[in-house]
Design a protein. Structure first.
Length: 154
């Protein structure tokens, strides 16, 4: 996708993953830096609100190459267990995590992976507790994509 350096658009994270080109929404904040504006689905080490440095490929695709400034937010990814109590319902996953202030996006109907932004202000022990509870109950599997020292300590 061609993206104007002065506007907003789609930025991809160079992560070596050949199976996807799922983009992060971003807005340019400088000639080679951008503000990530959504929870990254398949990229580790980046969270919504981070500032990244990017390069523009010959085809106009912008690739994030490094994080310049951390937002303090975390990224977690949750995949509902198809034969579990929630079925393949990304909506049910959202319903359980939204009360904790988490917002997220679903990858697709075929792959109901939900990428959530855990805001720096979130109750991290409560978020971790519901994630572990849901995994124990067979609701979902989860992984962390980007965490902070506060997340690790919680």
């Amino acid at each position: 996708m061609s993206t104007s350096r002065s506007g907003s658009g789609s930025f991809h994270v160079k992560d070596g993953c050949p199976t996807t080109r799922k983009a992060c929404g971003a807005a340019a904040v400088g000639p080679d830096t951008a503000h990530i504006s959504n929870a990254p689905f398949l990229q580790d080490g980046v969270a919504e609100g981070d500032i990244v440095r990017f390069m523009t490929a010959a085809d106009g695709t912008c690739w994030a190459t490094e994080r310049v400034e951390a937002s303090g937010n975390c990224t977690i990814r949750v995949l509902p267990i198809p034969d579990g109590p929630l079925g393949r319902s990304a909506h049910a996953v959202h319903e359980r995590l939204a009360p904790l202030g988490l917002g997220g996006e679903t990858f697709s109907d075929e792959l109901p992976l939900v990428a959530f932004t855990v805001p720096v202000t979130a109750d991290l022990p409560a978020v971790k507790a519901i994630l572990v509870h849901g995994e124990t109950e067979g609701w979902w599997a989860f992984e962390t994509g980007c965490v902070t020292d506060a997340w690790t300590a919680a």
